[in-house]
Design a protein around this ligand. Structure first.
Ligand code: SAH
Length: 267
């Protein structure tokens, strides 16, 4: 499918684990290394956010091993997943640990890599296109733009306890972060918005929510900081929230990245 010699791709050796980002959904956003890993893996250990169209690209005969929540049962713990990767690698398998977006952006890639390093298992990290950049691009929203912002801040909407991250200085963020991109924010969005407004952000500031970004059912909601908490009720997940003036560029840029295969967009 791809010429790995021409591209100079590394061999996926038995006994290795590759921690690979699958991107936000559209299989066209996979890297050549990700495709190469899918073509050679013996085991694919994947998370809930990996698009089913991407799993279909795995080598016929590869074992597909789901590492997310299933049928209401709690998801396997992080140590369990790391132990599984180590066990498979020690059995001489080529282990593809596949994660949505980029493995190291709110994806625990670092934790798994540390566990592999501690166990002496050889591994490689293959970055992927993160939802907070690629997903916004598919909605016509650039994360930086010369006239509007020279910084962008990526945040998670909840910490490991499931709460609004308390360790963050929300006033400093409100004052100093011109564009905010929020992952996992649907549950606590009203609380986060309240903190930003209390920190001095304008209720008129534009906000967009991109749901199921880069998939055929992508949708985009555009609102303002003052109204988003009400407007966002019932929004489909996964969704990414972007707050800042870059949202206004969407009017001119919608359609970039979706030229060949139009993506539904309701706003
Ligand atoms: N490692 C991933 C993020 C994992 S955290 C990455 O780099 O993209 C999970 C969060 O990512 C979701 O709650 C959502 O906020 C965001 N996300 C992932 N895929 C998405 C998609 N296709 N559309 C919108 N948001 C997405």
């Amino acid at each position: 499918m791809i010429d790995s010699a021409l591209l100079g791709l590394a061999e996926f050796a038995p006994g290795n684990v590759w921690l690979v980002g699958a991107g936000p959904g559209d299989p066209g956003l996979l890297s050549a290394l990700a495709l190469h890993a899918l073509a050679h893996a013996d085991d694919v250990v994947y998370d809930a956010l990996v698009d089913p169209r991407i799993l279909r690209l795995a080598r016929p005969g590869a074992a597909l091993d789901y590492a997310g929540k299933r049928g209401g049962r709690p998801s396997p713990s992080q140590p369990d997943i790391s132990a599984r990767l180590i066990r498979l690698a020690r059995a001489g398998r080529r282990v593809l640990r596949l994660k949505g977006g980029d493995p190291c952006v709110f994806g625990r890639g670092g934790e798994e890599a540390l566990a592999l390093a501690a166990a002496g298992v050889p591994f490689r990290i293959v970055p992927g296109i993160t939802a907070g950049i690629g997903g916004l691009a598919y909605a016509g929203i650039p994360v930086t733009h010369r006239e509007t912002n020279s910084a962008v801040t990526f945040l998670t909407g909840h910490d490991s306890e499931g709460e609004v991250p308390g360790a963050l200085d929300w006033n400093a963020i409100a004052r100093g972060a011109p564009v905010l991109v929020l992952y996992m924010a649907s549950r606590h969005l009203p609380k986060i918005v309240a903190r930003l407004l209390a920190g001095g952000r304008s209720p008129d500031e534009p906000v967009a929510i991109v749901s199921k970004a880069t998939t055929p059912t992508q949708s985009v909601l555009v609102s303002t900081l003052g109204e988003i908490s009400t407007a966002a009720t019932g929004i489909q997940t996964p969704s990414i929230v972007v707050i800042g003036e870059v949202v206004r560029l969407r009017g001119a840029l919608d359609g970039v990245g979706a030229l060949e295969r139009p993506i539904a967009s309701d706003q």
